[in-house]
Structure formats: C-alpha cells, structure tokens
Ligand binder design. Structure first.
Ligand SMILES: Cc1ncc(COP(=O)(O)O)c(C=O)c1O
Length: 383
C-alpha cells in the first residue's frame, strides 16, 4: 500500500488540473502580443486569474502570477520595502523559511526586525504585536496558517491592530498553506498582500500568485517588460497558470467537503495514535489548526527514524517543512512553541490531501505503534 500523507510539502496533480494544462498547449502565442492569437491567450490566462482571485475573495486585477510561494513572499516583502525608507519590520518566529530567511538577510542589511513570539499552540502573541509597532514600522508579515503544525493565526485581529496604529504599515500574509484549505475572503480585511502557491492544492509546481490590494504599488524584483501590471516582468507561465486556475476552482468547489473529510481523518488518526501509543504530544491542538494537518511528537525517538521506518511500509510523512527535513536540527516552529527538545526531535507531520482515505489512516494506525515501540526499545533516552 502507498499512503501519501505529506500534502503540505506538495500534492499530486488532479485530473482536472492535468486536463487544463493539456488544454493550454493550444494557447501558444505570447499573451503580450497584439494579434488575436495573443489576445486569446490573454483571455485564457485571465480566466485562470479570475479563479485564483475568487478563491482569495479578491478581484482578478489584484492577482500577480509568480513562480511560487517563495517568490511571492520575496516580491511582497522586498517590493514594498523598496518603496519606503522606514527600517523597522515585523514577523513571527514560526514563519516558513521563505519569509524567515529573508528577514534574517534584511536584518544583516540594517533593518531592525521584531520576531513575534507564539504561545504553546503556535499562535502569535497579539500583545507583542501591539507593543512593537512604532512610527518607523514599514511592514508586518505574519503567515495565515503554519506549514508544520497547521496553526491558524488570528490574521484579522492582527491586521486590525496594525492598521489602527497606522494605515501606512503594510500587512502581508503568507497564505500558502491556508489557500484552498480554508474559506478566505481577503477583500473583507484591510490586508495589503497575500502569497499563495499552486502545488499545495493539487496544482503544478513552480507557479504561484501574489495578491496586491488595488491601489498599492510595489517595486518589481526583476527589470524587464510590463507584464503582470508592471510588478513581475517575464512572459507568463501559461501552462502553470492554467493548472493553477483549475486547482483553485476545484479547491473552492470542494472546500466544505474536503474540510469535513480532513477533520474526520485527522481526528481518527489522532485518536488512534493517542489510544495505542504512550507518551505522545499533539502539537498545535486539533481545533485551531488546518483541518488537514496533524503534528505529533513521539518522545525519546528521532522523527527521521520514524519517517524511514514508515517509508519502508509505503507511508510518506514528514518531520517538518520540506526545507527543514533532511537536517536533524529541531524545528524552529516547535522550539518557538516551547516543545521540549526530546519531544520536538520526535515530531511527525501528517498532512492529508484530496486522495486520502479512511483505510489509509487505519493502515497507518496498524504500522505506526510497533515502529514506535521498536525505536523506543533501541533509544538510549528511554533508559
Ligand atoms: C507556508 C509556506 N510558505 C511558502 C512556501 C514556499 O512555496 P513554494 O514551494 O511554492 O515556493 C511553502 C512551501 O512549503 C509554505 O508551506
């Protein structure tokens, strides 16, 4: 049996997405061309733009296509900082490396950075946010939902706090993990920018978007033509964009049923683990997290060893974000939450997707307990 429970890292292309990509081959002209073939491609691309916009609850003129979540994060943050001389910027300790490492670089370049702490469930401390804002604060970037634990941030309240301080402080959210998994209505919040990516929702890899609120102008990262409202030059990735549109459309269409399904599978998996395996910790809780994400610590063993042994049984899971797996460093997210090292090292992220079933969860519940027992029997920390 092959069980893929690593959908927060990436997800398989759906049939409809594959079809949309295939359909895009017919739209071969350059979307910037003046002739009718070019206009056809522009319209085809705008249809996809509209679908992405609908999934975010914004309008299509506010969507800029990029090469993915990482580029969207960089474009939002660097593109808006280039428009101001203010030097104080704010983010949280639990961001994805696409944001965190950029802030670390900006810190080296002379920006003053506030890293907001989180509570034991990974939720950003809003008092710290209110307290840190200053007249020279340029930008606040807080993720919508965490990739490792699924923790959903109080984005609406955070935006309100920031905008009450000053309308001029830019608020960006990395919504890569929330997009297509939670109902989003960004128009109803005075949020300035949001980053999303196609491959987390059964779309293709290498394509994403940045929502830029109407009227806000940011500097492009590259110099070139006037594509994407002058904010992201380069001939657009029509195949990827077509797939992204179809994936967004499907995510919206299936949103309530997938939330219901993931909630059921997650609860079943957690209850099964809790009943059969002693000394387990649920990181982030069940309710304030994405319905598809379950992060569990198995104390006194290495997450990497669990991954390898589950892999031998055909089960794919992860021990953190796709970028941190492969290293034995504890997750920065779990350490910010105060999870003790002995538990953080043994943490596993199970992330559900479109094609997972109840039978697969039961298969994991059959294979996992003996693996944990075997590893604990070998662990010097158990003595
Ligand atoms: C929260 C978050 N932000 C950004 C990214 C980066 O997105 P992409 O892989 O499309 O560059 C990811 C991907 O893991 C993510 O989970």
């Amino acid at each position: 049996m092959e069980v893929y429970l690593d959908n927060n890292a990436t997800s398989p292309i759906s049939e409809k997405v594959a079809e949309a990509i295939k359909d895009s081959f017919a739209y071969y002209a350059n979307p910037s061309s003046v002739h009718s073939l070019g206009i056809r491609v522009r319209n085809f691309m705008d249809d996809a733009r509209n679908k992405v916009a609908l999934a975010l609850g914004v309008s299509k003129e506010e969507i800029i296509f990029t090469s993915g979540g990482t580029e969207s994060d960089n474009l939002a943050i660097l593109g808006s900082l280039k428009k101001t001389s203010k030097k104080h910027i704010v983010t949280s300790l639990v961001e994805h490396h696409a944001v965190l490492n950029l802030f670390k670089q900006l810190e080296k370049e002379g920006y003053e950075v506030t890293y907001l702490p989180v509570d034991k469930d990974g939720i950003v401390d809003l008092d710290s946010l209110s307290d840190c804002l200053r007249p020279d604060t340029a930008l606040v970037s807080i993720m919508y939902a965490n990739n490792e634990t699924g923790a959903i941030q109080p984005i609406e309240k955070a935006v309100q706090i920031v905008k009450n301080m000053s309308e001029k402080i830019i608020f960006h959210t990395d919504a890569v993990q929330a997009f297509g998994k939670l109902p989003l209505s960004l128009r109803s919040i005075p949020i300035d920018m949001a980053s999303v990516s196609a491959h987390k929702i059964n779309g293709p890899k290498g394509v994403g978007a940045l929502y830029v609120r109407k009227g806000l102008k940011i500097m492009p990262l590259f110099r070139g033509g006037h594509h994407e409202y002058g904010m992201r030059p380069g001939t657009e990735n029509i195949m990827g964009i077509a797939g992204f549109g179809a994936a967004s459309d499907e995510a919206v269409e299936n949103l309530s049923s997938s939330i219901e399904k993931y909630t059921f599978l997650k609860k079943r998996l957690w209850e099964g683990i809790y009943k059969t395996i002693p000394r387990v910790l649920l990181n982030g809780g069940l309710d304030k997290t994405l319905p598809n994400t379950l992060n569990v610590s198995f104390t006194n063993i290495e997450g990497e060893s669990i991954i390898i042994m589950l892999d031998l049984e055909g089960i794919a899971v992860s021990s953190g974000s796709a970028c941190t797996s492969g290293s034995l460093e504890s997750s920065h997210v779990l350490s910010a939450m105060g999870v003790p090292a002995a538990a953080a090292q043994g943490s596993i992220r199970f992330s559900f997707g479109r094609y997972n079933t109840e039978e697969e969860v039961d298969y994991v519940l059959e294979k996992l307990p003996p693996i944990v027992s075997r590893l604990r029997a070998m662990s010097p920390l158990e003595k």
